[in-house]
Design a protein around this ligand. Structure first.
Ligand SMILES: Cc1ncc(COP(=O)(O)O)c(C=O)c1O
Length: 401
């Protein structure tokens, strides 16, 4: 008997970066030397004081269910952080702690979308937004934001994309995969359009706000356009800033009615986020922040050297990202060229396959992020690995006819 899989699951696909990492690992098991520039997680360990706070909490009995929306300590730490770092006010009752930012995003769509409701997703986008919307019966509306406009959504594009069915606009700044970061002025221009469409809600995914190469955290939409306060859901978490991807702590801050809907959904779908991880996250937010500046300095050095290496390869180019830890590499000049084996490269997926097979370098095709022809290369790995990756890519590109 075959297992019946719901239409909901058949509509979506597993994460393409997981698929690329699996392919690289399979080749490794065959004995190939593989340089993987796929994964989007810090290569640092969680700082010791955070780990110690978790151990202490465990010993002190933080091993039981917590308040569904998150411990009062953590929600206060988040409210304090939002005030201190972003200049925005949320009461702890307007915050829900989730099992990573990813589940906050999913829960927000599940709690608000009815069949056919549209979610505007500027492309290139993080792969989970469209699939999460699809899984929740929504319709993702990708809007291509080309490199010439800094991979950012313009107000004219926003105006053109809004329909009576638009429920959400998703903004991710700095962005995965491009690092593009909206300025306060750009946010205000988008807010002006939104003022004409009071039923459109905005989801800000702020997960990379600290991985930023200009001064300070990225500007926040709500600091630039406070009038959007009653329809904006600010999503964030500790995964990237504090190298805590495995602890699974994220959150959503927003209008009370929306948070209540998320609470109701999560009470049946998940329950509270891990008690020990919540204590660790509170320690991360309340504690010494020097790890953040140190890790960003490391990412910056890698970004500069790796981008220079990529830009020195004839046929490839990349913008210097303002934030996050990826390069989004333009490979338009390689399309139409031929491999030594006689295969014509027709799209960025072919380029990615060629780099993997010829050079043993794993990256993710731009098609996964909704804007081609590009590939994403993660710099969340050591400089030695990045140098080797760039060297191999250069050699493989030089072999094309
Ligand atoms: C843009 C973006 N948002 C959210 C997440 C998920 O973060 P979390 O680990 O908190 O679920 C990621 C992780 O790759 C991401 O790139």
């Amino acid at each position: 008997m075959g297992i019946h899989v719901s239409e909901r699951v058949r509509r979506i696909k597993p994460s393409p970066s997981t698929a690329a990492a699996d392919r690289a690992n399979a080749l490794r098991r065959e004995g190939r030397s593989i340089v993987s520039l796929v994964v989007g997680e810090p290569d640092f360990d969680t700082p010791a004081p955070i780990r110690e706070a978790a151990a202490k909490a465990m010993d002190a009995g933080a091993t039981r269910y917590t308040t569904l929306a998150g411990t009062p300590e953590l929600r206060k730490a988040i409210a304090d952080k939002l005030r201190r770092e972003n200049g925005i006010e949320f009461d702890p009752s307007e915050i829900v702690v989730t099992n990573g930012a990813k589940s906050a995003i999913y829960a927000a769509f599940a709690a608000t979308l009815d069949e056919g409701d549209e979610v505007i997703v500027p492309a290139p986008y993080w792969v989970s937004y469209p699939d999460a919307a699809l899984a929740c019966d929504g319709v993702p509306v990708a809007v291509a934001c080309p490199e010439e406009q800094g991979f950012k959504l313009t107000s004219a594009q926003l105006e053109a994309a809004i329909t009576p069915r638009t429920r959400w606009l998703v903004l991710n700044s700095p962005s995965n995969p491009t690092g593009a970061t909206y300025t306060a002025d750009e946010y205000r221009a988008l807010a002006k359009v939104l003022a004409r469409h009071p039923d459109v809600m905005v989801m800000t995914d702020d997960i990379y706000e600290h991985i930023r190469f200009a001064n300070g955290v990225a500007p926040h939409l709500l600091a630039a356009a406070p009038e959007l306060r009653d329809r904006t859901l600010a999503i964030n978490g500790v995964s990237k800033t504090y190298a805590m991807t495995g602890w699974r702590i994220g959150w959503a801050a927003g209008p009370r009615d929306l948070i209540r809907a998320l609470d109701t959904l999560l009470s049946q779908a998940a329950g509270n986020a891990c008690s020990v991880s919540q204590a660790a996250a509170a320690a991360a937010l309340n504690g010494d922040q020097s790890f953040v500046a140190e890790s960003v300095a490391t990412y910056r050095a890698r970004r500069d050297k790796t981008a220079a290496g990529i830009n020195a390869i004839p046929g490839l180019s990349c913008r210097i990202p303002e934030g996050a830890f990826y390069l989004y590499v333009n490979c338009a000049d390689l399309i139409g060229r031929t491999t030594p084996e006689g295969k014509r490269l027709a799209e960025d997926g072919d380029v990615v396959l060629y780099l993997l097979e010829r050079a043993g370098v794993a990256v993710v095709a731009g098609a996964a992020y909704g804007l081609s022809p590009y590939f994403r290369l993660s710099i969340a790995t050591s400089q030695d690995v990045l140098d080797e990756g760039v060297k191999r890519i250069a050699a493989a590109v030089a072999d094309l006819r």
